[in-house]
Design a protein around this ligand. Structure first.
Ligand code: HSE
Length: 402
């Protein structure tokens, strides 16, 4: 029998407890032994809750109990989660977490401490919610030379973009509706500005490189500037707009970026709607594989935490390698990365656009937009595009094409 503590009895933490309750037989079978939930750490009491007697308020109770084998940290945020996890690992107690902010900031250090103390630090639920993407990268695809990972990594923004696309509603209105329904946070910046997707991209890039990619080094743009006009043009182009986290390997390192992209409707990523996430991984032998599922939500995220918990128990008294260390990964200059760009300018500046981007730009028409025109460039590097774009006298907006 293994004994477990869950830190944080909020959405994900209560989900973990629910998975352990509802799927107790399956969990026991895959772990090879019973798992007892000994403690739940939370500042609050939960009178009437089935697990009220397991609730404690002091982390020392858990850290000083020699019976505890694993901690599931579902509190979120950097502190006190970081200190609690570090202290647990230093005592040889394995940790699994859904805390992407913490993994993106301190993952390599926590993996090193786990290794030094012959225990494990796993974080499957930190990327893609319930999608088993990290374990897939670390095990099934470890022998592949992976040269790109492209993903819809944030459920909230995908929900907003889906609504804007299908229901023709503006960004601000959809955001408010999403907040009223509880899909988007009252403080939505982490999602809509792309910071959450950026942290998940950093975790994926770190695993792909086996080194450390800091989220601070990833060029990040959110969805706040996307308008109904952009969707009207996207429709004319036979495309959708999605917020993507992108990692591309080249000879000198990686390009990494989080940005809204126009995606052709025949690309499976264009069909990923609502709060769902999807991640496309390209390996040199395997080609493309795509992983799809609920990227957020109580049960899905909790299921991924429990998968880590089981892995840890199966590999008790040993360290599970996760191909992550604190050597900084070599990132390439995004300026050299080449795309087609979609550009909107004032209708009076078509000649100017042709002069700067060439006479063969593809003009995009939409019966729903007035007083402007749009075009798509040939393949052009980020650096060259931005130089030319700033020379346009009446530019309105641009988007990258996948
Ligand atoms: N805010 C995140 C999202 C939650 O919308 O995807 C899951 O990480």
């Amino acid at each position: 029998m293994s004994k477990v503590a869950v830190l944080g009895y909020g959405t994900v933490g209560s989900g973990v407890v629910e998975v352990l309750d509802v799927n107790s037989a399956e969990v026991e079978e895959s772990a090879g032994e019973k798992i007892e939930l000994k403690y739940i750490l939370d500042l609050r009491d939960f009178p009437g809750d089935k697990h009220q007697d397991q609730v404690v308020h002091d982390i020392e109770v858990i850290l000083n109990d020699p019976e505890i084998d694993v901690i599931c940290e579902t509190m979120g945020g950097l502190e006190p989660a970081f200190t609690f996890e570090k202290r647990a690992l230093e005592k040889g107690i394995s940790v699994c977490t859904s805390n992407k902010e913490l993994v993106a900031a301190h993952g390599p250090e926590l993996v090193r401490i786990a290794k030094e103390h012959n225990c494990s630090f796993l974080f499957e639920a930190s990327v893609g919610g319930g999608i088993p993407i990290l374990r897939t990268l670390n095990t099934s695809l470890r022998h592949e030379k992976i040269d790109s990972i492209t993903g819809i990594l944030n459920g909230t923004t995908n929900y907003i973009l889906t609504k804007m696309d299908k229901d023709k509603i503006g960004f601000a209105t959809v955001l408010k509706e999403a907040q009223d329904k509880g899909y988007a946070e009252r403080k939505p910046e982490a999602d809509i500005e792309g910071y959450d997707a950026c942290r998940k991209t950093a975790i994926l890039a770190s695993l792909l490189s086996g080194q450390y990619v800091s989220y601070e080094d990833i060029e990040t743009e959110g969805i706040t500037k996307i308008t109904q006009q952009d969707f009207a043009y996207a429709k004319s182009l036979g495309m959708s707009i999605k917020l993507l986290g992108m990692i591309k390997k080249n000879n000198s390192g990686f390009f990494t970026m989080v940005s809204p992209f126009l995606i052709p409707l025949e690309n499976p990523l264009a069909l990923v709607n609502e709060v769902f996430n999807a991640i496309v991984v390209h390996g040199n032998m395997l080609g493309n594989t795509m992983y799809y599922g609920k990227g957020a939500g109580k049960e899905a995220t909790a299921s991924a935490v429990v998968a880590d918990l089981i892995d840890i128990i199966v590999h008790k008294k040993s360290h599970i390698d996760v191909n992550l260390n604190d050597i900084p990964a070599e990132l390439s200059d995004n300026g050299n990365y080449v795309h087609r760009f979609f550009v909107r300018v004032d209708e009076s500046t078509e000649d100017e656009a042709r002069e700067l981007f060439g006479s063969n730009i593809e003009i995009v028409e939409s019966s729903e937009v007035f007083g402007e025109f749009a075009f798509v460039t040939d393949l052009i590097s980020e650096k060259d595009f931005k130089t030319k774009y700033t020379k346009l006298s009446k530019a309105k907006a641009f988007l990258r094409e996948l």
